[in-house]
Write a protein that binds this ligand. Sequence first.
Ligand code: FA5
Length: 351
Amino acid sequence: MLEKLNEIERLGLDALEAVRDEAALEAWRVAHLGRSSALMQLFNGFGQLTKEERPMVGQRANEVKKVLEAAFGARSEEMRQAALKRSIEQERLDVTLPGRRVPLGRLHPDTQILRELYRIFGEMGFQVYRSREVESDEYNFQLLNFPVGHPARDMQDTYFVESEGRGDNPIVLRTHTSPGQIHAMREVAALNPHNPPPVRIVLPGMVYRYEQVDARHETQFDQIEGLAVGLGITFSNLKGTLADLARRLFGQNVRTRFRASFFPFTEPSAEFDIECFLCGGKGCTVCGGGWLEIGGCGMVHPVVLRNGGYDPERYTGFAFGLGSQRIAMLRYRINDIRYFWENDLRFLEQF
Ligand code: FA5
C-alpha cells in the first residue's frame, strides 16, 4: 500500500512537469486529485485495511495529497506569472485605436416613471413622503376603516409576516401604500394638534399581494399614493389633479374617466381609468375593455381623518393610489407587466 502511494506521488509529480497550459492543468487536477483519481479511490478503500495498517497508510496518504496539492498550487501560480509576463511583452500601445466603450447602466422603466411622477407632483405642490413596507394589520387595514373580518379585505390578499401571539394585529407586507396616509397625517398633526397644518404628499413604494399573476397583475408592484388634507378640499380638486396628471403624462388629448367604486377609507370612491393606447381603445389582454385602470381614489373617509388626528367636521381631503407600472405600460407600450421584474436585458436595454 505504501509503495502504491509512493508511485501515485511520483506519477503525479512527473505528469505535472509536462503540463504546459490551463486546460492540461485542469485535466491534471481531475486525474490526480479528482474524485475518481487513484489517490481518492485509495481513500475510499480505507475501510478494507486492517486496524494496524490504517494509521500508517492514512498518514502517508494525507502527505501525498498535500504534496500533490502544493505542487498543483505552485505550478498554477508559475503559469499565471508566465502568462502575465507574456501579455506585458506583447502589449503595444496604439494611440490610433478607438477608445473602448464604457458600459453604462440605465434606469429601470419603473424608476423612470416614478421619477417623472415625482417631478409632475412636485410641480403641483406635493412632497414625497416615504413609509414602511412591513406594516401592522392596524395600519394596513384597521385605521383605514377595514375592521377585523371586513369583507373588503378580500380585495387585497395579504402576505402575513408574523401572526403568532399578535391576536388581531399580525405583521403583514403592506398590500397598498394607503397606511402611509395615517403615518403622514399623524406626523403632521403632531406639529400642532389643535390646528393641524394641511398635508399635500405623494407616497411611493412597493406593495405586495398574493395575486394570480397575469398581463396586468403582479404579486409585487409599485404604487404611488396621493393625499391632500386641508380646509375646503373637494372632489373636483381630486378630479382636476388626476386629469391634469394624465394630460402632463400623455398629452392634452388623452381621454380619462372616473367610475364609481368602493374603498372603506374613501367616501365617495372612484376608479380612475385612462384610455388604453396599446389597443387604441378596442380592448386587449392588458386593458380588457379599452380602458386601463390606473388607480383608486376618493374623498378621505371621516373615520380615517379622525384616526390621522384631523377633525372631519373642519377638514376634508382627497386621496388616490396609482399603479406606477400600469402608467409605465401605457407610456412605453409594454403589453405585459411580467416583463418588469424578469430582468431580461433585451427588455431593460430598450429604456
Ligand atoms: C388600492 O390599492 C387603494 N389603496 C387605492 C386608493 C388609495 C383608493 C387612496 C382610494 C384612496 P387598488 O387595489 O384598486 O386600490 O389598487 C390601485 C392600483 O394599483 C390599481 O388601479 C392598479 O393600477 C394597481 N394594481 C392593483 N393591483 C395590482 C397588481 N396585482 N399588479 C399591478 N398593479 C396593480
